[in-house]
Design a protein around this ligand. Structure first.
Ligand code: AHR
Length: 656
């Protein structure tokens, strides 16, 4: 494996000319803005893959809280303590078709305790001094009152937090209490135990840390959201990905199931549960606790445009490829129309009212909607056109996003591009999961791209290079560096590239199905990959306009392994010079600034570099490859700069 990796690295490096030591001149025309960098340029692609939602971003700590997994007691264990004994039954009620099951706990003896224990998602994490909000729906149909003991445990079984609940009635009611943990442990548990004799029916057993993002009760993990917020994304695409399509239509993402009361959101299996045999995840379901309302709220929190993708009547073409007949698309189209109403409609409209009741009377100001995810073929074109006609008529102000197949330039892509000009499309979503060398060799993709009235959205991309057994190893410096080179092309061609997003966004180190991913986490930690930091440098030094940055009169696309693009921030009078040196040699360049002068003789530079292209960040070494900031001197209208081997940097020059 190691030899193969080295060969690949050697091959990638040999793409760059080895003797490239001669001084190159990068000429930057600061007063000739070529195109605006759209505020939407750098976004994020969220999909519930790799435990991204349940077990990840969604801060719920109890797995299978409503007993609706295929195996209703998955994640739960019967527990008796101090001489207790009893029985657990799973019952199913018809009056709650979207959440029929609940557990009946019957404790038989006065001594001891009896109940259930939950293992959490890959363990139930507890943090020292953190407060937790416990809640459950419960009723007591028995004759005697019941006291419920709630215990937080560490991985050794020690009690690290406790609380109790009483006063249950014969009606289903929500009961809440708080617990504090005295210890930090990633692999704790929670017990819920009846003390003494009695029977209790329980459902929606829930535990959230109090420090969720913005302190919301049905909230998200604040550490993970913070990582996303730090990128200052221009949009949030949700809910995926293939999850939109479903393995079969029955399991497609239906946004209406993800809104309204949490206890009425119908759980379904997550399609990534069984997708890859080698990464099967039998406990992967979608509770929809994190649903469309929460995604809209998140987008708003991040000051990012929401970009929902809807199913267009096609299941995943890599799986069943199940199709809705074209004359039966109405319910699917209605879902899209209702979604726009949910986001933007007045409080008096049916779906606007629901949004308002959920806590957001004001519209979310939705501007984009994606029709289908990674679809292809005649079947897609037919369905897209039917959707587009209706949506355009009713909501002409909404931008319509189409797919272009799963790969750049294969026959599916080529076919769609023969059709796209005849379709009513505003934004074309492109997907690239290619080798690092592809990214280096195709950094001029958009320089050569046909200009039409459609804009381009590389909506899923990631360099897939060599890896080892460690989960985040595929997020090597090699992959990030090649993406950095490719992304100079997004900036250079900002006239047509208006949005882009790396994919997927999130992965749990113990529960992933797909890699590489931008941000990795476990139950207590989160870290950015080198790819994350590259992405973040682009998005936080985005600028407002792109200007020409030329080597020998040509865009810098790999001459002597140098890739470059430059943007300016017109309002704040700054230039952001992005430079990639993809070779293993140090390279010295002369940078010539034309059309504006620096205000001072120093500049800030932020550098990412590693001499080992296979380096990656991990839970143990989360900051092995991160941007390092310093000041450089000697800045003038012309200055020399040494590009370290295998480096990506942003030079920030203040302009007069
Ligand atoms: O990002 C992972 C998957 O890759 C997405 O779900 C899908 O759109 C693509 O095939």
């Amino acid at each position: 494996m190691r030899i193969l990796q080295l060969l690949i690295v050697f091959f990638v490096l040999s793409l760059s000319e080895p003797n490239a030591i001669a001084q190159k001149k990068l000429s930057i025309q600061l007063n000739k803005p070529q195109a605006e960098i759209k505020p939407t340029m750098w976004g994020v692609f969220f999909e519930d893959i790799n435990f991204a939602a349940d077990g990840g971003l969604y801060a719920e700590l109890i797995k299978n809280r409503s007993f609706e997994f295929y195996k209703p007691t998955m994640g739960w264990e019967k527990l008796k303590m101090n001489g207790g004994s009893g029985e657990i039954f799973i019952l199913s009620r018809s009056e709650k078709p979207d959440n029929p099951r609940f557990a009946r706990l019957t404790s038989h003896v006065e001594e001891g305790m009896f109940g259930l224990s939950n293992e959490g998602f890959r363990g139930l994490p507890v943090r020292e001094n953190m407060e937790y909000r416990f809640s459950l729906f419960a009723r007591n149909l028995g004759e005697s009152p019941v006291k419920l003991i709630i215990q937080l445990l560490d991985s050794e079984g020690n009690i690290v937090g406790k609380a109790s609940l009483e006063n249950f009635t014969s009606d289903w009611k929500i009961h809440k209490t708080y617990l504090k943990s005295s210890k930090t442990d990633a692999k704790g548990k929670i017990n819920i135990l009846i003390q003494g004799k009695g029977t209790l029916d329980v459902d929606m057993v829930s535990l959230f840390p109090k420090d969720t993002w913005k302190g919301r009760e049905n909230g998200m993990r604040s550490d993970i959201v913070q990582m996303i917020a730090d990128m200052k994304p221009g949009f949030v695409r949700f809910p995926g990905g293939c999850i939109v399509e479903g393995h079969e239509l029955e399991n497609r993402y239906q946004w209406k199931r993800s809104v309204g009361k949490i206890e009425d959101r119908k759980l379904i299996v997550n399609r990534w549960n069984t997708e890859f045999k080698h990464r099967s995840t039998p406990d992967y379901f979608q509770s929809f606790g994190l649903g469309f309302y929460e995604y809209f709220l998140l987008s708003e929190d991040l000051n990012a445009e929401p970009l929902p993708i809807v199913n267009c009547g096609m299941a995943c073409q890599y799986n069943t490829g199940e199709l809705v007949p074209v004359d039966e698309l109405d319910p699917y189209i209605q879902d899209a129309l209702d979604l726009i109403e949910f986001a933007n409609g007045p409080e008096t409209s049916k779906w606007g009212k629901l949004r308002s009741e959920m806590g957001h009377p004001k519209p979310f100001n939705l501007k984009y909607i994606g029709i289908g995810n990674e679809q292809w073929g005649v079947q897609y074109v037919e369905r897209y056109n039917i959707f587009a006609k209706v949506l355009r008529e009713k909501y002409p102000e909404i931008q319509l996003v189409s797919g272009s197949g799963p790969k750049p330039n294969d026959e599916r892509f080529e076919y769609l591009w023969t059709q796209l000009p005849t379709m009513d499309v505003d934004v074309v979503d492109e997907h690239f999961y290619m080798k690092p060398e592809w990214f280096l060799n195709n950094a001029d993709r958009y320089d050569k791209f046909n200009r039409t009235d459609m804009v381009i959205f590389p909506g899923e991309y990631a360099a897939h290079g060599p890896d080892d057994e460690y989960p985040s190893s595929k997020n090597s410096w090699l992959s990030a560096l090649s993406e950095a080179a490719f992304m100079t092309g997004f900036e250079r061609n900002a006239d047509i590239v208006h949005m882009c997003s790396y994919a997927p966004l999130l992965a749990h180190v113990e529960a992933w199905q797909w890699r590489p991913d931008l941000i990795w986490f476990d139950n207590l930690n989160v870290f950015g990959t080198p790819n994350y930091y590259v992405q973040k440098l682009y998005s936080t030094y985005a600028g407002t306009h792109v200007v020409p940055a030329l080597i020998d009169g040509k865009p810098a696309i790999g001459q002597d392994s140098i890739y470059a693009s430059t943007t300016i921030d017109r309002k704040n009078r700054k230039a952001f010079i992005k430079l990639v040196n993809a070779s293993s040699e140090k390279t010295s360049i002369t940078i010539q600034l034309k059309g504006a002068s620096p205000t001072e003789s120093t500049a800030k530079v932020i550098v990412m570099q590693s001499l080992n292209l296979m380096d990656y960040n991990s839970i143990e070494e989360p900051t092995k490859i991160v941007p390092v900031e310093s000041q450089i001197s000697g800045i003038g209208k012309k200055f020399n700069y040494d590009l370290k081997p295998q480096s990506f940097q942003v030079i920030v020059v203040n302009l007069k």
